[in-house]
Design a protein around this ligand. Structure first.
Ligand code: DGL
Length: 272
């Protein structure tokens, strides 16, 4: 089992910001990444629908032999992580907005959280903010439209800046000194948000902490792959792989080959 791959999934391409960290921290692991781009965005969907979609993906990743699954989507974690953990025996790692880290480091006592509607409505967000941010002034903002810009590979295009100004501007006026990126698509905008916010403000991407947690869980379950051979990454999508190829090339500098992947009785386009 320890030679089997790790599964990572997201509503679309945002989870690539988590894959990037997992790949960096766990260089011996094979990874199967699944982007549910056909059903993206998850943010406005009902929790029941997200549970149904997440279960189909988990079935597929288990069929592909995955030994641990990272739900690299805050919205899917909020809606489905309890059901997934109850339904399957492999360990699941979820995302949650890094409010604890922001609360620990704020000097002004004010932090901003940018996430989807589904994440803010979830029990997990409420529990985390009650636990860690009781005495902190938390300003929340739904990042409508940002996921779509990443899915269209337009996160560096002319539509991004006005949206980011609209969402981040009020946080800065309010005096936040920590901005939590509560959706895995948003780290694609991190350089732009940092430029808007200036050096006094820390922009927090939870991906490194999530990758560390996955590594700890693998070690705990004696599932770390210790073979040093040529590792593989497979990136499957329920939609088109064109934007995924462009984003991956911008992350790694490599070109990817198109192919097909059979997973849980379905055929998906994939990149290797
Ligand atoms: N990457 C997902 C998240 O972290 C995006 C949600 C969506 O598809 O709306 O929440």
């Amino acid at each position: 089992m320890s030679n089997n791959p790790i599964g990572i999934f997201d509503s679309g391409l945002g989870g690539l910001t988590v894959w990037r960290e997992v790949r960096r921290q766990l260089p011996n692991e094979d990874i199967v990444y699944f982007a549910d781009s056909r059903n993206c965005p998850y943010g406005p969907k009902s929790p029941d629908e997200i549970v149904r979609l997440a279960r189909t993906i988990a079935d597929g990743l288990l069929d592909a032999g995955c030994k641990l699954i990272i739900v690299a989507c805050n919205t899917a974690t909020a809606a489905a992580i309890d059901e997934l953990r109850a339904a399957y025996s492999v360990p699941f790692v979820g995302m949650e907005p890094a409010i604890k880290q922001a609360a620990l480091h704020t000097r002004s006592g004010k932090v901003g959280v940018l996430a989807t509607k589904g994440t803010f409505n979830g029990r997990l967000y409420k529990a985390t903010s009650q636990k860690y941010a009781r005495n902190i002034d938390v300003m929340v903002q739904i990042g409508d439209g940002l996921v779509e810009l990443v899915e269209a590979n337009e996160y560096n295009g002319p539509k991004a800046l006005p949206l980011l100004q609209k969402y981040i501007g009020p946080m800065l006026e309010h005096g936040v000194d920590q901005i939590v990126l509560g959706c895995t698509h948003y780290p694609f905008f991190k350089p732009q948000i940092e430029a808007l916010a200036g050096p006094q403000v820390t922009v927090i991407d939870p991906a490194p902490a999530v990758a560390r947690h996955a590594a700890d869980l693998l070690a705990e379950h004696s599932l770390l792959n210790t073979d040093s051979r040529c590792v593989t990454d497979v990136f499957a999508s329920s939609g088109s792989t064109s934007t995924m190829a462009a984003l991956l090339t911008s992350i790694t500098g490599r070109k990817y080959k198109r192919g097909m992947l059979q997973m849980g009785g379905n055929q998906y386009d994939c990149l290797r």
